[in-house]
Design a protein around this ligand. Structure first.
Ligand code: UD1
Ligand code: CA
Length: 457
């Protein structure tokens, strides 16, 4: 959008109230680390670069940030306050011109459209500093926006320094700002730790700029929830609930039925086509694509998988699999990474499929394990069939041709290859290949003897 726009994210704070070994900004909410939400906001605005000020747990935070191409970290060795944190980026940014958005790493509910409005307002009004503010019912704890007689913003007063009159102001500082890079560094240098916490407050930059004759302003958004900061785990859960509601309502608006939003959790890059129904207690996470006309749940997890159209999945766990049209899964199935279930496949009651292709129309309905297998079309896997794919050292492959009938309680000792139309008798342990069209029985013959003791054994 704007070419001369940069981001700074303040994420060095100690996060004491989280009571955690993990840095606060790496705590996950709705499947994503807190800091990712604000980085994504900056990326959505196409900033030139985002500078992230780290301190507490900086090594861990830096390692996490490796996956982002357009961010650079700046270390704040001592936590001397938010102005001091921002100032750490000066050496890397002093040659840049244009504007900078400054955000905190712990405000996951802020949206890029709100930030865009802030930046547009800042540029349109030729401001030197614009605070994103909000009118709230209870302003306690926030910095208050102080305006002069003509409504211009003259300063921000923190809760601890506010007098009674200032405390009654309900326009608060979100902790998100847009600054002109030409004027902000000089003002930051002038900030003094003149407060009870002896911290360099970023909020003091506003009165400094104002006194020096620069244009300070506030852009008020109406939605209080967007500026909710996460300081403890109760607020983490609160933010999670709001984020989840946003995801679910977007899906519902786009034609997905969610029977019970309160017990449905959908995170990540999830796409669901219209007329699919999500039943209660369902978790959908990661990169997931679900087609139209599916019924997912109840009590089902779908992770990093592609589910095509008219698929039914109940009481099951699907991870990293591809499920084609008209497949029926469950109740109580485990479809594991690398599984591909072709059209009209049925996998049911207590069956597990891993790294296997199950061909069109085949059935694995009861108590089976299919691993490292290539199963043809219209194969019937009898109850209790096991592919013995592992000898304790390596994994081996089982191949079943089209139309094979595997009798119940069969062991297929891999590597093994069964030709098409083969009928395997129930209870067989198959250790050798079988060519097409044969009947194979691999079990000992039943013998019946006279009992010695007429009553018992
Ligand atoms: C801050 C604002 C307050 C605003 C509120 C909104 C100041 C002085 N006050 O208060 O006006 O209403 O946010 O949520 O800024 N940080 C560092 N290094 C430090 C200190 C802080 O990186 O040395 C970072 C924190 O990680 C955090 C941000 O700066 O992301 C804000 O600091 P915090 O102590 O949480 O300020 P608040 O008391 O919430
Ligand atoms: Ca905070």
């Amino acid at each position: 959008m704007k070419t001369n726009l940069y981001g700074v994210i303040l994420a060095a704070g100690n996060g004491t109230r989280m009571k955690s070994c993990l840095p606060k900004v790496l705590h996950k909410v709705c499947g994503k680390e807190l800091i990712s939400y604000v980085i994504d906001c900056c990326e959505a605005l196409k900033v030139g670069k985002t500078y992230i000020v780290t301190g507490n747990g900086s090594e861990q935070v830096k390692q996490f940030l490796n996956k982002y191409g357009n961010v650079e970290t700046v270390l704040q060795k001592e936590r001397l306050g938010s102005a001091h944190a921002f100032l750490q980026a000066k050496s890397k940014m002093k040659k840049l011109t244009g504007n900078v958005i400054v955000m905190c790493g712990d405000t996951p509910l802020i949206t890029s459209s709100t930030i865009k409005k802030l930046v547009d307002y800042h540029i349109k009004n030729k401001n030197d500093a614009t605070i994103l503010s909000g009118f709230v019912g209870n302003p306690f704890g926030y910095g208050r926006i102080v305006r002069d007689m003509s409504g211009n913003v003259s300063s921000i007063v923190e809760e601890k320094s506010a007098n009674e009159k200032e405390k009654s102001i309900n326009e608060i500082n979100s902790g998100i700002y847009c600054f002109n890079l030409k004027t902000v560094w000089k003002a930051l240098d002038k900030v003094k730790p003149n407060n009870s916490k002896k911290e360099y407050y970023l909020t003091d930059v506003i009165s400094i700029l104002n006194k020096d004759g620069f244009k300070t302003d506030a852009f008020a958004i109406c939605k209080e929830e967007e500026i909710l900061g996460v300081n403890d785990r109760a607020q983490l859960a609160c933010a999670g609930k709001i984020l989840k509601e946003r995801i679910l309502s977007e899906l519902m608006i786009n034609g997905v039925t969610i029977e019970d939003p309160s017990s449905t959790y959908i995170y990540g890059n999830v796409k669901i086509a219209q007329d699919t129904v999500i039943k209660p207690n369902t978790f959908i996470e990661g990169d997931v694509k679900i087609g139209t006309g599916c019924v997912i749940g109840p009590d089902t997890s779908v992770i990093n998988s592609e589910i095509k159209n008219n698929v039914s999945i109940k009481y099951s766990y699907i991870d990293s699999a591809v499920i084609e049209d008209n497949v029926k899964i469950g109740p109580f199935s485990h479809i594991r990474p690398g599984a591909v279930l072709k059209q009209k496949v049925k996998v049911g009651n207590f069956s597990e499929v891993k790294k296997s292709v199950v061909g069109e129309g085949s059935k694995v309905n009861h108590l089976s394990y299919i691993g490292d297998a290539l199963v043809g079309k219209d194969v019937n896997i009898g109850a209790g069939t096991i592919t013995c794919n592992y000898d304790g050292v390596s994994k081996y492959k089982t191949v079943l041709g089209d139309n094979v009938f595997v009798g119940s309680n069969t062991n297929l000792v891999a590597p093994v290859n069964i030709g098409k139309n083969v009928l395997i008798a129930a209870g067989s342990t198959i250790t050798e290949n079988v060519v097409k069209n044969k009947l194979v029985i691999a079990r000992s013959r039943q013998i019946i003897k006279e009992k010695k003791n007429k009553k018992r054994g």
